[in-house]
Design a protein around this ligand. Structure first.
Ligand SMILES: *Cc1c(COP(=O)(O)O)cnc(C)c1O
Length: 397
């Protein structure tokens, strides 16, 4: 097929494959070729492709009611917010269509909190280098990747980034104008780096002493991906505000921000809103997805296969010490830090019909559907092993 002229804004530049059908961890292109999906639309298809549970929820709702707007009560929102708050630190939930909107709302909530407390000067949002929080104007200012800001005018005031893991720099940045610290418990795009649990605990202590809020961006690390519903739950501490998206809709575009009643005190009638966020279609899928993810046996299984994956990746590191520097991440959000460009390995894996992602800091990223089986993990590992071995042979030749 010749390459027809595309009318899509050329900001992505994806490879050739045109996927037309999926089932579980497998996805088929228009030529009938079958691929093992180990990236799941970047940690989105938590229950796999065409999950019968989600198909049923969506099609049933589609025959009843699609959209009414937030002018009216939406029962599915009440239901899902009750579940999210029952199982987490939060008291209130606002539903969005995407991760970046969840971040936007979280940032507004943090600043509004301080205004409501009579401290409108507390506007600074402190984040980390290498972090990713989305592509809206506020989100690119909050993210620790300056290239996303290039050419889009001046930086917004009140956004600061400190080096990842630099406790002294963080402490030095905190002051009387600090509104919140924002961080991903497991940094996704920046290189699949998990923040040590004691750092999260230390941050909580600091926040309580200094009166700033903690925002966790669990857009990628949440929805069961690390083996707990939210990655921060491994640490025993809680944020004041949390942004979620990606996996919570299992492939239907939805997200949310969650907050304690105290942190959300400034978010009163009229100060925020959305047309589509939390509409009946999204809520039908969101409820069905959460019901499945929150079954104890579901997360137990995630932990089991995640252990297998972790050990297998360590095995790859042992077998290919000249190519693999480090095994990163947590649960089913994993990375292999490589000594060569991970895009090269990604392409070679694609030739072998295995889909993986890449992340910053030379990392090959794996974020398969959470329903991946032990044998599917073995198949993915064997493919990576073969590609790395071929790479070594080529380098030696
Ligand atoms: C993907 C991502 C976002 C942005 O979500 P979108 O749905 O693409 O707007 C924000 N934060 C993190 C950690 C992400 O991985």
């Amino acid at each position: 097929m010749s390459v027809a002229e595309s009318h899509i804004l050329p900001v992505y530049g994806p490879p050739e494959q045109n996927f037309v059908r999926g089932e579980g961890c497998w996805i088929w292109d228009d030529k009938g070729d079958k691929y093992l999906d180990c990236i799941a639309g970047i940690a989105v298809n938590a229950l796999g492709h065409a999950s019968p549970i989600l198909v049923k929820a969506l099609t049933e709702q589609a025959g009843k009611l699609w959209h009414t707007s937030n002018m009216f009560k939406i029962a599915g929102q009440e239901e899902l917010a009750a579940k999210y708050t029952r199982d987490s630190f939060a008291d209130v939930v606002f539903f969005t269509n995407s991760g970046t909107e969840a971040i936007e709302g979280a940032l507004k909530t943090a600043r509004k909190y301080h205004t409501a407390n009579g401290n409108p000067e507390r506007i600074d949002i402190i984040g980390f280098q290498g972090s990713f929080h989305g592509r809206s104007y506020a989100a690119i200012n909050a993210s620790g990747n300056p290239s996303y800001l290039d050419g889009f005018g001046p930086r917004l005031p009140g956004f600061i980034q400190v080096p990842f893991g630099d406790h002294d720099a963080l402490k030095a940045a905190i002051g009387p104008t600090t509104a919140a610290v924002i961080l991903e418990p497991v940094q996704g795009e920046g290189g699949v780096r998990a923040v040590p649990e004691q750092c999260l605990q230390g941050l909580r202590k600091l926040a309580d002493e200094q009166g700033f809020l903690i925002i966790f961006d669990e857009v990628q690390s949440g929805a069961g991906r690390t083996g707990k519903m939210w990655a921060h739950q491994w640490s025993g501490i809680a944020p004041d505000i949390m942004a979620v998206a990606k996996g919570v809709g299992g492939g239907f575009p939805m997200g949310a921000f969650l907050a304690t009643k105290e942190a959300a005190k400034g978010m009163v009638k009229g100060v925020h809103g959305t047309t589509f966020g939390g509409n009946p279609l999204a809520m039908a899928v969101g409820n069905a997805c959460y019901d499945e993810l929150s079954k104890p046996e579901f997360l137990e299984r995630v932990n089991k296969v995640a252990n297998q994956l972790g050990q297998a990746l360590e095995g790859l590191k042992d077998r290919h010490p000249n190519l693999v520097v480090d095994v990163r991440g947590k649960g089913l959000l994993r990375g292999l830090k490589l000594k060569l460009d991970p895009k090269l390995i990604q392409e070679k894996l694609r030739d072998r019909k295995v889909l993986v992602g890449v992340a910053g800091d030379n990392v090959l990223r794996l974020a398969p559907p959470l329903v991946i089986s032990e044998s599917e993990i073995s198949q993915a590992i064997d493919a990576i092993d073969a590609v790395l071995a071929a790479q070594m042979a080529e380098a030696g030749a």
